[in-house]
Design a binder for this molecule. Structure first.
Ligand SMILES: NC(=O)c1cc2c(N)ncc(C(N)=O)c2s1
Length: 318
């Protein structure tokens, strides 16, 4: 195979592997058997090793983890990642709804979403390509964990549109992966992780990305921080748009016409929570209209247009 043919084959393999990766990890609908995926990945790794001049940081081969870092760079979030005010019962939700309606009038609808119990991260895309990923940190300054986040297969390297975008999401470890990881650590006489959230956070704070790559982490993207090249008017529209771009969004979100529908949704998921393949610690409720979110604004600490309903801690089944 000459230089030209090798270059062509490398580009072809990169495209195929990213497509198969998206089908498997985002759509959960693989179109080729794992063995074929692995064979193509092996061929690409070999070709890239023989052609270092064709190195591309967005090649699918970088999902297996790159160089070990000495430390994580600090990153400033262009739009602060705020924490949410909490609600613990139906009355708190009704009080939230009254404050919202005092602010924007009674023509308000909400979006309710599962509150994923993981590690909040921010992903930045320039011209539709993944350029940086960071932890929330204190909401303004986080840590650059790009190399670790590149090992999460459901994070797209290239979006369906060449937009400039900063999205928020929750990186998490599925319950099954958590149980397998702790069983392995127990066999090795290592300290166990207390819960999937700690396991996900611990994995993403490793300086060696091969560790994160081995932990079967996943992510649900749930919000836009900054967006150029497209505009949306409501939160449900932004979720649909993020999905269109190629992100993995949580499918259980629900548009609610009023707070009573929100309360129904919260109660139904309090029951169904143990059946989910990942942990949630509550429900996030947001005013759907971005215009109304703008009108409501923020208190010193939290948005006035969103609240987190917290479930009581799940009984630990020993
Ligand atoms: N602190 C925050 O702003 C949020 C935290 C979370 C979380 N852990 N899971 C889901 C959402 C969501 N769907 O909006 C949010 S929003």
């Amino acid at each position: 195979m000459n230089e030209e043919q090798a270059k062509e084959r490398i580009l072809e393999l990169r495209e195929m592997l990213e497509k198969y990766n998206y089908e498997y990890h985002v759509l959960d609908k693989p179109s080729v058997p794992d063995a074929e995926y692995d064979q193509l990945m092996k061929e690409l790794i070999e070709l890239e090793n023989n052609h270092p001049e064709l190195h591309d940081e967005h090649s699918p081969t970088s999902r297996v983890g790159g160089a070990v870092l000495d430390f994580f760079e600090k990153v400033e979030h262009t739009v602060p990642m705020l924490s949410l005010g909490n609600a613990f019962n139906d009355q708190d939700l009704r009080d939230f709804d009254r404050r919202v309606r005092d602010g924007v009038g009674s023509n308000v609808s909400y979006v309710a979403e599962l509150k994923i119990d993981g590690l909040a991260v921010s992903l930045t895309y320039q011209d539709g390509r993944f350029v940086r990923g960071a932890t929330r940190g204190d909401g303004t300054i986080g840590e650059d964990i790009t190399n670790n986040l590149k090992t999460i297969r459901s994070i797209p390297f290239k979006l369906k549109e060449d937009v400039m975008l900063e999205v928020r999401g929750e990186a998490f470890m599925p319950k099954k992966s958590f149980q397998k990881l702790n069983a392995h650590r127990e066999e090795e006489g290592q300290e166990l992780f207390a819960n999937p959230r700690n396991a996900a956070a611990g994995s993403l704070r490793q300086l060696d990305p091969k560790i994160a790559a081995s932990r079967n982490l996943d992510i649900f993207v749930y919000g836009v921080g900054k967006l150029e090249g497209h505009s949306v008017d409501s939160h449900d529209e932004s979720l649909t748009y993020l999905n269109h771009l190629g992100f993995k969004t949580n499918p259980e979100w629900k548009k609610c016409a009023n707070i009573e529908e929100v309360i129904e949704y919260v109660n139904s998921w309090q029951e169904k929570r143990p059946d989910l393949p990942y942990e949630i610690d509550g429900i996030v409720i947001k005013v759907n209209s971005l215009y109304q979110q703008e009108e409501l604004g923020f208190t010193a600490k939290n948005p006035r247009w969103a609240i987190a309903y917290k479930f009581p801690a799940e009984e630990v089944v020993t």
